[in-house]
Design a protein around this ligand. Structure first.
Ligand code: DX5
Ligand code: ZN
Length: 229
């Protein structure tokens, strides 16, 4: 079983879609997560909220472990929206995460924690909120496999896409080259995805546009862009 998260460099022109299970029906979580993977999602995005870093509570390690049990081959992309990612990252790695992203805004040794995530066999991502400048992320980007530019203020699915964040993606792509995974998360839909892709994103996360659709495959295809891998 190969669960290396985002360790493989992105290929030229490659575009992936991650399904954020925050908008799934939690009573049917495993079935809906499996259906999203069958419909073309390359990973499952697991939003973890602690009620402190963001004003919402979501999923704990037990939910991650249950997903791992029911979809053993899935890439589980854990997005930690928590004040203490150094405390929570090991719990989600033990629960079967393939990849762990945490936030620039969290007061932690970012590069040190990326190293600990790598040592535990997962890939590491760094996220920035819409109001956070990209400069500091650029300085430490080489320690990470994936960079997440939030296109909503984190905490809830179903929010409106903030297009003012797109220049941050352009800056990252220009500075870091074609291989790195640049992820967009928040308000991504077939309507907003073209701007994300044009700016340089190659990993697009969506919750409501996939799980709110009666046709997951059509939604995922629309987000990825027709005729792309
Ligand atoms: C927001 C989360 C997102 C969210 C996306 O705090 O990090 O992953 O689930 O939801 P949509 O795609 O509905 O905006
Ligand atoms: Zn997320």
């Amino acid at each position: 079983m190969e669960l290396t998260g985002f360790s493989r460099p992105a290929e030229a022109g490659e575009r992936q879609v991650g399904a954020s299970v925050l908008s799934a029906d939690f009573g049917q979580l495993a079935d809906q997560a499996s259906a999203a993977l069958r419909a073309g999602a390359s990973s499952l995005h697991v939003d973890v909220m602690d009620g402190h870093f963001v004003p919402n509570l979501s999923m704990g390690p037990a939910v991650c472990a249950s997903l791992r049990n029911h979809v053993p081959d899935a890439v589980l992309d854990v997005h930690l929206m928590v004040t203490r990612p150094d405390t929570f990252a090991p719990l989600f790695i033990d629960a079967g995460a393939s990849h762990v992203t945490f936030h620039m805004e969290a007061e932690v040794d970012h590069v040190g924690l990326a190293g600990r995530i790598h040592d535990a066999g997962c890939t590491a991502g760094l996220a920035i909120n819409p109001d956070t400048p990209v400069d500091r992320m650029l300085e430490i980007a080489s320690a990470f496999d994936l960079l997440l530019v939030m296109s909503v203020h984190p905490g809830f699915s179903g929010q409106k896409f903030i297009d003012a964040v797109l220049p941050k993606v352009e800056s990252l792509r220009a500075a870091l080259g074609p291989d790195v995974w640049i992820q967009m998360d928040g308000g991504v839909s077939p309507t907003t995805a073209p701007a994300c892709r044009d700016a340089g994103c190659n990993q697009l996360v969506s919750a409501s546009a996939i799980f709110g659709s009666s046709d997951y495959a059509a939604a995922i295809k629309g987000i990825r862009g027709l005729g792309t891998s």
